[in-house]
Design a protein around this ligand. Structure first.
Ligand SMILES: NC(=O)c1ccc[n+]([C@@H]2O[C@H](COP(=O)([O-])OP(=O)(O)OC[C@H]3O[C@@H](n4cnc5c(N)ncnc54)[C@H](O)[C@@H]3O)[C@@H](O)[C@H]2O)c1
Length: 451
């Protein structure tokens, strides 16, 4: 079986991928391989990554950068708690991160800033010869997506979008089942981001769980920036948690690719209703005309003739569910009812069966190996896995398991869905960011228990 490292070499030789790797990155065979990290954006998500990095013995936190003292202070208290040395602190306005990138001691950066900063920071970091781990999403426009591809190819620096849901335990068990043909040939998949974020989008920072009618300058954390996107944009603004896992299952960018996309969006009611319920009709934000439809539904087709249904649903009262469905010629799994049906194997025909025993039986080797290390990490442990995959790639000078083509292919759903909605539900063509390489690339995501 080809390793990712061999794959990089093969790709480079064939002119298909990365040809230059950084000289400042330590090799896996080195005695004490420590990955030296810089953190750009240490808000709530960045602090999650920082906390995990501080707990590892193969990383050093060299520098942290943010534009808010409050977030720096919260981060430094994590450092103090860990007993690790205090990193360089850069609090020097919106472009202060460039100073962090000048630091030659840094091998890799973790970017956890608002979406609108991701592209420029990723481009600058790759140009500075750093490995890049960037939070979802990377690339808000198709042009930005292409810039990321071209810069990664030119500099030889890998860019991994830190899509943690690909590492969710049930998702990985289902991937294992897909690979062992439990579902037969896959035909249709679903996923999405179905999460009531009203208390995240309106959050004055006083209540730890959010709430109130404030956003923008008076907000805290994501309420400072994320809500603004709901004012101006209508589309699937957060597609990667839903698409990443299913894209891996059907080999997207590796023998398969997305071909067409169509999106529809509903009326926008949820955010306005929330403001009014929270602070009354006289609150200035009750006058804001939110553009983002409460439920945005997207269909994607593929070369191999699967369909994918994605939903973005963040502004109405609802329990959390990413709404996964994986369906093939032999059966189906869904996460919303935690159930499965495999023809001829499930006890009763036409009836759902609790998926628990199946998920345990097909528990992914990575989870068997690292489940204990991951316990206590964010989002049920998957945050540990995504960071681990990034760190291990840097140590090995390897390409990352989710690479720049995945990052932009999954992120491009947002601008494509915005276009489709603007065109009244017209189907739009999906760009091939691999420029034909998808035909030759092999799916190596979590093929074994290494990382
Ligand atoms: N994968 C997941 O499960 C997950 C969960 C939460 C958030 N996220 C993603 O993480 C990212 C950050 O989200 P968050 O919840 O931490 O938001 P946040 O607002 O808490 O953090 C963003 C931080 O970036 C800082 N920042 C803004 N501009 C900057 C600049 N120019 N230079 C340096 N720092 C700057 C802000 O001051 C803030 O501290 C987003 O992309 C979000 O979608 C992912």
């Amino acid at each position: 079986m080809a390793t990712r490292r061999n794959f990089i070499k093969t790709s480079a030789v064939a002119g298909l991928g990365f040809s230059i790797l950084p000289s400042n990155v330590l090799l896996a065979k080195d005695k004490a391989p420590k990955v030296r990290l810089g953190f750009i954006g240490v808000g709530l998500r960045g602090q999650g990554h920082l906390d995990l990095a501080l707990k590892r013995n193969d990383t050093e936190v060299i520098a942290i950068c943010d534009v808010q003292q409050r977030m720096i202070d919260m981060s430094l208290s994590l450092v103090t708690k860990s007993g690790k040395p205090k990193p360089q602190v850069i609090l020097n306005g919106p472009y202060g991160y460039k100073k962090l990138l000048e630091n030659k001691d840094i091998d890799a950066v973790i970017i956890s800033t608002p979406w609108e900063w991701h592209t420029v920071m990723c481009l600058d970091a790759m140009n500075a010869k750093k490995y890049v781990g960037c939070e979802v999403i990377t690339g808000m426009t198709l042009e930005e997506c292409w810039q990321l591809v071209h810069t990664s190819e030119r500099t030889g620096m890998p860019l991994m979008m830190l899509e943690n849901v690909c590492y969710r335990r049930d998702v990985m068990a289902v991937l294992n089942m897909v690979r062992q043909d439990v579902f037969g040939e896959l035909v249709h998949l679903q996923g999405g981001y179905q999460h009531d974020l009203r208390e995240v989008k309106f959050n004055d920072g006083k209540n730890p769980y959010g709430g109130g009618a404030e956003f923008g300058e008076k907000g805290f954390s994501e309420a400072q920036w994320r809500t603004q996107h709901s004012v101006y944009r209508d589309g699937d603004l957060y597609p990667t948690h839903g698409i990443g896992p299913v894209a891996v299952m059907i080999d997207i960018n590796r023998g398969n690719r997305f071909t067409q996309l169509v999106s529809y969006s509903t009326k926008a009611r949820g955010l306005h209703d929330y403001v009014v319920k929270s602070d009354g009709t006289d609150h200035p934000n009750a006058k804001v005309n939110f553009k983002l439809g409460d439920v945005v539904t997207t269909m994607i087709s593929t070369t191999n003739k699967e369909t994918i249904l994605l939903q973005h649903d963040t502004n109405l009262p609802r329990p959390y569910s990413l709404g996964f469905r994986v369906q093939g010629t032999k059966g189906i799994w869904m996460d919303v009812n935690k159930s499965i049906y495999i023809e001829g194997q499930s006890a009763k025909p036409h009836q759902w069966e609790d998926a628990k025993a199946w998920l345990e039986k097909y528990d992914h080797p990575l989870w068997k190996k690292y489940g204990n290390d991951a316990s206590g990490a964010g989002h049920g442990g998957m945050d540990w896995f995504v960071l681990n995959a990034f760190i291990e790639s840097v140590k090995r000078k390897a390409n990352t398991p989710q690479d720049v083509y995945d990052a932009v292919t999954w992120s491009a759903i947002t601008p494509l869905s915005e276009s489709s909605i603007q065109l009244g539900g017209e189907s739009v063509e999906f760009p091939d960011f691999t420029q034909g390489k998808w035909m030759y690339r092999k799916n190596e995501f979590a093929l074994d228990d290494s990382y």
